[in-house]
Write a protein that binds this ligand. Structure first.
Ligand code: FMN
Length: 179
């Protein structure tokens, strides 16, 4: 990618991936982006579980009725955890780490998708975070925010259409209601 503007414009959620695994260097580069992400007071409350095992990916993909299918076909799922006792703004910190990984993946030419876990339910109506916690042996102290899927892109998505940007949501100087 030539510049950050192009990176931001081209990053779209990719939900279909080829079978090709990520290289160790690619995984390390993505993890570096997460570990370098800004966090309130430098507390770094996040932790990450990397999953490549196909059977585990399949089980994780069943964590919600809708929206979790991409986990099954991805090459790598990174489960983003955080410790609310380490930081009162763990959600913000973990969300920033998630998007940092997605932008890094795009820069490597890889696809990614954020799968929301926190506040979501399994098809049986139980909390999706509990379902993920059980599969991966996550200690009770840690919260599960998201699963971010990664892989080589098997679908083409157009860059953002700048004509559709919602400039009406941008207010100059003070908040103004717009027609
Ligand atoms: C907090 C958050 C939760 C999301 N949850 C899901 C999800 O559970 N499943 C999914 O397929 N996509 C999910 N997405 C991806 C959004 O659907 C996607 O970013 C949005 O539709 C805009 O499309 P784009 O990323 O291609 O630009 C989520 C994104 C965010 C930021």
């Amino acid at each position: 990618m030539n510049n950050f503007q192009d990176l931001v414009r081209n990053r779209r959620s990719i939900r279909k991936y080829t079978e090709e695994p990520l290289s160790a260097e690619q995984v390390e580069t993505i993890m570096k982006a997460a570990l370098m992400s800004p966090a309130s007071k430098g507390k770094n409350p996040w932790q990450f579980v990397l999953v490549e095992d196909k059977d585990t990916l399949r089980k994780l993909s069943l964590c919600k009725e809708h929206g979790s299918k991409p986990i099954e076909g991805c090459s790598l799922a990174i489960v983003v955890l955080a410790d609310p006792f380490a930081s009162d703004v763990w959600i913000e910190d973990a969300a920033i780490a998630s998007i940092m990984m997605q932008l890094q993946a795009e820069d490597l030419g890889l696809g990614s998708c954020w799968i929301q876990i926190r506040e979501r339910l399994t098809p049986a109506g139980t909390p999706a975070d509990e379902y993920v916690r059980e599969i991966l042996d996550i200690p009770l102290q840690l919260q599960v925010l998201s699963v971010v899927t990664f892989g080589h892109k098997a679908q083409d998505r157009p860059p953002f259409d700048e004509e559709k940007l919602q400039w009406e949501k941008v207010h100059i100087g003070q908040y103004k209601l717009k027609e």
